[in-house]
Design a protein around this ligand. Structure first.
Ligand code: PBG
Length: 320
């Protein structure tokens, strides 16, 4: 047994450190090998510009550079932050079981969305969440915010609070042990999550055959296929549609009365929901598709095509 530690690159935020440490511990349990965390500073951590301006890959590129340069052996990413194009020299060796993929509301006085008064000020960073909050038609005022989880929660619960509520990923709060502050976990019927939300991607160099094999021990097949479907939808829509995209795939059992799912009773199927919402929230297209886990990517592509056929590409026009 080799005792050379595996070097696992991580961003320095509390969230990144927690999820990296979890993967490191799982790797040590699975392989007996020690794993050391190597902190990598990304431009997303040092800049205060909106994430939308910095670009989706901003948290990712520094980790990938370190991986390609051989400074680290493994990188752990929040899967939803990864660009949809595959990297030719890198391999996602494991997609561990995902956390709760839903979004969560942290509001003053224990309030839920339905309790918030018209005019209540809600902060959130993602255009997808902003559009879906507006689409509820509740006269909520939605304002873009950024910063780490602590900073965001402090804007509601801190001494200088200036917002009535914020919406964050449940997964991030869970990893940081902050679920006690959640006042409502948002049903995907109200707020469809971001593709791959709550999932991690554990990446290594494609040529590192030993590690490719090692990481497979951490892979959770149902999560991998759900995320594959969600991201195939996103990748296809990115080409033809600039409006906010949401997607959530769930494994469901077929075989109920009247079921047309799959070949036999009880077969596990993927149910993928997708939505494209105009930024002002006035128009939304929501559709779903079901298929076998083996066809996850095809389900995502087909659902994206359905959304485009239904006019997803026209939703950007209707801004205020
Ligand atoms: N966009 C930032 C981001 N990237 C990953 C998470 C944590 C949740 C996850 O792992 O999906 C967050 C914070 C958030 O959306 O509230």
């Amino acid at each position: 047994m080799t005792t050379t530690p595996l070097r696992l690159g991580t961003r320095g935020s509390a969230l990144a450190l927690t999820q990296s440490q979890t993967v490191a511990d799982e790797l040590t349990t699975a392989t007996g090998r020690p794993v050391e965390l190597v902190r990598i500073v990304t431009r997303g951590d040092t800049s205060s510009a909106p994430v939308a301006e910095l670009g989706v890959g901003v948290f990712v590129s520094a980790l990938r550079d370190a991986l390609l340069a051989g400074e680290i052996d493994i990188a752990v990413h929040s899967y939803k932050d990864l660009p949809t194009t595959e990297h030719p020299r890198l391999h996602i060796g494991a997609v561990p079981r995902r956390e709760d993929p839903r979004d969560a509301l942290v509001a003053r006085d224990g309030k839920t969305l339905a309790d918030l008064a018209p005019g209540a000020l809600i902060g959130t960073g993602a255009v997808r969440r902003i559009a879906q909050l507006r689409s509820l038609g509740l006269e909520l005022q939605v304002t873009p915010i950024r910063g780490n989880v602590d900073t965001r929660i402090a804007r509601v619960l801190g001494p200088r609070a200036d917002l009535d509520a914020v919406v964050l990923a449940h997964a991030g709060l869970a990893r940081l042990g902050r679920t006690a502050e959640i006042t409502e976990t948002l049903d995907p019927m109200l707020m469809l999550p971001a593709p791959a939300q709550g999932a991690l991607a554990v990446e290594c160099r494609a040529g590192d055959a030993d590690l490719v094999e090692t990481l497979a021990a951490l892979d959770h097949a149902p999560t991998r296929s759900a995320v594959l479907a969600e991201r195939a939808l996103l990748a296809t829509l990115e080409a033809g549609c600039a409006a906010p995209v949401a997607a959530y795939a769930r494994l469901v059992r077929g075989g109920h009365a009247g079921s047309t799912f799959g070949d036999g009773p009880g077969e596990e199927m993927i149910h993928l929901r997708g939505a494209v919402i105009s930024p002002d929230g006035v128009r939304a297209i929501r559709l779903s598709r079901t298929g076998t886990p083996a066809s996850a990517a095809e389900i995502g592509k087909a659902l994206a095509a359905d959304l485009l056929d239904a006019g997803a590409d026209t939703l950007m026009g209707s801004t205020e």
